[in-house]
Structures are given as C-alpha cells and as structure tokens.
Design a protein around this ligand. Structure first.
Ligand code: G4P
Length: 533
C-alpha cells in the first residue's frame, strides 16, 4: 500500500462540462464557496474584470475579455481535496477543452432545465464516454420555467446513450419551484428562498408528512406522489458499479444561482465518484497508489506572462507524490530534469508548490521541451503513458505568409504552435503546389495563430476559409499508404497528410463522410488521431 495513501484516496479530480450559459461558472463558484476557496460570489463569475485584474493572460484574451485557456482549481471540502478542471465555454472552445478531459477522473455535466442536451454538451460528453469515466448530471435553473423532468431524463438517455438515475426529483419549476424530493432518504427538501452566499434555506419534510398538502399545495403534492410512484416503478436500479464505469449517470436537480441543491449534489457526487484512476502505459497499468511519481502533460499554454514569453506545461500526476526537490525522468526527452517553478491554481490565484499527489494537476515552467502527452516518471521506473488522442478539427483554412520570403519563419512558428497543440497542420503532398492547411476545433485558434505568428515570429499571414467541416484519419486494409488515384472521392473531399505523415480525408459534409466510406470499403476511418510521439 502506498505511503501516500491517505493523501491520494481523498483526492477527486473532475472536469465540469456544459453548453455555454447552462450555469457551469455559477455552479463552479458555488463549489468554491462551499470549499472556502473564495470568500464571496463574483470572483469566478466576473470573468472579464477579475481575470484581467488578477493575471496577465495573453493580450488577445484581454482584448476580448474571454479566457483562451481552461483553468484548474483546487479546494478542500469535508476532508476531500477537490480538483476542478474547467472547460472553456464560448468561442474559445478548442482542442484543449477535449485534452483537459483526458486529465479528469470523472465529469460533472451541467444541463439547462429549459434546454436539455445542447450541441457542446454532446461533443464533450462523447470524449468523456470514450474513456468510460463516471458522469454526473446537474439539471440547473429549476427556479426558471423548466421542461418536464421525465422528458429531460429520456432525452439524456436517448441523445447521449447513457442510463440515468434521478437521485432527487424536482417539485414544480419556475415561480412554483418548491424544492426536491430526495429519493434515498424519502424526504422533501423544501426550498424556502435564496440563502445568500453559502446555502439556500431549506427544510426537510418526510414524504408521508400530513402537513405536505399545506406546504406544497394540493396540486404539487399530488403530482409529486404520482411522480415518485412512477419513478420507483419505472427507473433503473441504482448501481454504483455502473456509475463508476460511465454507464449510468446520477441526475440531480437544482438551481446554482439561488444555491439550491448544490451542496447535496457536491456531497453525493464526491461520495460516488472515484479516487484517482490508474492509467495505461502500454502493457503496464500504473496505479495511483504506487509510491513512484509519474505524470503526463495534457496541455501547454504559451505566454501566460507576456513579459517572460514563457510556456506552462500542465501535467496530471498519475501516481505517487511529486517533490519539487527531486529530479524526474522526462521519457520523450530521454533525460533527467528538475521541474521548475511548479505551481497550482487556487481559484484565480497561482501559487508555487513543493509537493503534489496523484490526482493533482500542476503547471510547470516549460523551456520548450515538452509536448502534449509526454510522460514524466521516476528515473528508476521508466514507462511511457499511452498517447493523448488528436481530436478532429472542425474548421479549416489555407494559410500562407504574406511575404513569400518569410516562408521559413512561418513554418517554424506554425509548427511550434502546432506542437503546443493549439492548431493542427496539414500538408497537401498530393497536389502540385504544396499548401499548408490549418485545422482547429474552435475558430478563436485562428486568431491566436495570426496574433502569435506576428508577435513572436514577425510573420503576417493570409488565411483563406475552406469549406471542410469533417476530418477522418484513414488507414487502408493492406496497411500501405493510400494513393489518391485508387480512391473514389467526391468534389468536396480532399486527401491530405498531417505532420506525422498520417493520411487524412477532409469532407464538406457528414453526408460526404458516409458516401466516401461506402465507396471505399478498404479504408478504416477514425475520428481520433490516436496521438503518437
Ligand atoms: P456558463 O458558465 O455555463 O456559460 O454559465 P454561467 O454560470 O455564466 O450562467 C449563465 C447565466 O445563467 C448567467 O446569467 C447566470 O447568472 C444564469 N444562471 C446560472 N445558474 C442559474 C440558475 O440556477 N437559475 C437562474 N435563473 N439563472 C442561472 P447572465 O444574466 O448571463 O449573467 P450574469 O449577468 O448573471 O453574470
């Protein structure tokens, strides 16, 4: 058993995912308030002002008042050490968002009760489902007019292909929102008003209490009794094993803004979810309880501090304990190094740390030696974690330097930015003149590319939008490189290569993806690039 067992078992590391405006920031803030990591509301929420004031993010971020990067926060709650990985919401959605999910052991999915499952939730969910990590659902904004809760659960199941288990059940919605029925304790938690910063005021009443008619009103009381009967009869059995393997999502209803149902959710979630999970390194399963330190890089962020032009590599500690005094082995670099200036984020603050345990996320100063997916381990026990997949971009542009004399700097800069994982670059070796095509998951990355090429490499670029929206990595049955003349391709489909020499097809529509697959059965399509060094 690990020397660090008590520290590691109390850790919970999760990502919080949602479609913009579902209430992810509000819920995160309430979690931090419970954990005492922030003292008042507004510290996370006032994205524009506080962030610009407390940290020197990239210029582009300041100009737009948005966060280009996803952040990590740690707080203590009831003996747990909680790490929240925030995933950016709006236009700043990027491949980083997907990669962040690779560092989490579970996910909290926030759904707007009036809207149900939305596009971005669907995308993020897919990435979580790929790893079978536990997914917990918080149906938010019950203080507003909401959709029928049965219908919402059905939609979650149908759209996302996961079973659901309502842990509590809402009583009314909007102005009539009366609270929730806690299924395990068979109690009503009655919502009696906004409780300010820390807790909504709530009282607990049993389902059979004779005063319920008066408390809820006869109509809602009858509806609740009917709903409970239906739920108990119809819904799946609660099965913690299924929850932990991402097959069953516990669903909680509440309202983050008015702070109703947040604490029961946090408590229930922390109890049900897993301590830090093991990771595969080829044939080796690296358990979080091993004494030897290991970690992998899941994100590289450039220029957090403009004055220093530095890069921060974010890594997830997989096993053991990180000790700032000790040397670690950088597998991809093939040498021992000391990680410099390790830091952790507490809400908006960054602080230098001396130690971290399996489950934690640390950011270290990167002099340009790390790449996404790199392994760090103890020199006496070397292995290489399985690579982080490359996710299919959805926006493509042809990019060239305005000044043709600057092609070399352009390629150097773009390749550097691609290596950090901000963009993906493709070549067109199959057509006469070789072109560079850049693909991104979120269009803001084009602006980041343009800005950084100009400010760091002195290159102005010209970008031309391309009509592709889908990408699939391809492999042929015989394992040989694919020749264009042997393929049946439509006019809106293009064969390209990435910088690791893997072949891909770009498509103008989902329809074209299916059409091409049908006509080229010798090809296997993949939405994920499988990583690779
Ligand atoms: P996001 O991070 O998922 O994008 O959502 P965020 O928390 O920023 O919330 C989006 C909007 O929804 C905010 O309002 C927020 O106050 C509101 N909201 C969040 N949770 C609830 C809830 O439980 N009930 C209700 N009624 N509203 C909720 P906004 O007007 O866009 O921003 P702000 O002016 O309040 O900052």
């Amino acid at each position: 058993m690990s020397k660090y067992q008590s520290e590691i078992t109390r850790r919970r590391t999760f990502a919080i995912i949602s479609h913009p405006d579902a209430g992810k920031t509000t819920l995160t803030e309430k979690f931090l308030l419970y954990g005492g990591a922030i003292a008042q509301a507004g510290q996370v929420k006032g994205k524009k002002n506080t962030r610009a004031a407390t940290s020197d993010w990239m210029e582009i971020e300041k100009q737009r008042g948005i966060s280009v990067t996803s952040s990590v926060m740690q707080f203590q709650y009831e003996g747990y050490c909680v790490n929240i990985l925030d995933t950016p919401g709006h236009q700043d959605f990027s491949e980083d968002t997907y990669r962040t999910l690779m560092a989490a052991d579970s996910a909290v999915m926030v759904i707007d009760a009036a809207k149900g499952v939305e596009a971005q939730t669907r995308k993020l969910f897919k990435v979580c489902a790929m790893r079978d990590i536990p997914i917990f659902t918080f149906v938010n904004k019950m203080d507003r007019q909401a959709r029928d809760p049965f219908e919402l659960c059905e939609e979650l199941e149908k759209e996302l292909g996961i079973e659901t288990y309502p842990m509590n059940w809402p009583i009314g919605d909007g102005k009539d929102f009366q609270g929730v029925y806690d299924r395990e304790n068979r109690q009503i938690i009655h919502f009696t008003g906004h409780g300010g910063a820390k807790a909504a005021t709530a009282t607990q009443v049993s389902l059979g209490d004779p005063g319920l008619d008066e408390l809820l009103g006869p109509a809602l009381h009858t509806k609740l009794s009917e709903d409970v009967e239906l739920l108990d009869g119809a819904s799946a059995e609660f099965d913690l094993g299924k929850v932990r393997h991402g097959k069953l999502s516990p669903v909680f209803f509440g309202s983050a803004l008015t702070n109703f149902g947040v604490e029961p959710f946090l408590e229930g979630f922390l109890k049900m979810t897993t301590p830090p999970l093991a990771r595969m390194a080829g044939e080796i399963l690296v358990d979080s309880m091993e004494d030897d330190f290991s970690a992998f890089v899941f994100k590289i962020q450039a220029n957090m501090n403009k004055a220093h032009r530095d890069r921060i590599a974010f890594m997830r500690v997989v096993s053991g304990r990180f000790d700032a005094e000790k040397e670690v082995y950088h597998v991809q670099g093939g040498r021992k190094i000391r990680l410099s200036r390790p830091q952790q984020l507490m809400a908006a603050e960054r602080e230098i740390i001396e130690e971290a345990y399996a489950g934690d996320i640390i950011g270290v100063f990167d002099p340009g030696i790390f790449s996404i997916g790199d392994t760090l381990c103890t020199p006496s026990r070397k292995f290489r974690f399985d690579p982080i997949p490359t996710f299919a971009p959805e926006h493509f542009r042809r990019v060239r330097p305005l000044d043709t004399m600057k092609r070399k700097q352009f390629l150097k800069g773009a390749e550097q930015i691609a290596q950090e994982g901000a963009i993906q670059m493709f070549k067109t070796p199959y057509t006469g003149m070789e072109e560079i095509i850049v693909g991104v998951v979120g269009t803001l990355q084009f602006d980041v590319l343009e800005y950084r090429l100009k400010s760091e490499y002195g290159v102005d670029i010209f970008m031309e939008g391309l009509p592709y929206e889908y990408l699939r990595w391809i492999t042929a049955d015989d394992g040989e490189p694919v020749k264009e003349e042997n393929l049946t391709l439509g006019t809106d489909t293009k064969l390209v290569e990435d910088f690791k020499g893997r072949q891909l097809l770009l498509f103008g529509s989902r329809w074209a993806v299916n059409w091409t697959q049908e006509r080229n059965p010798q090809l296997t399509f993949s939405e994920f690039g499988g990583g690779g060094d």
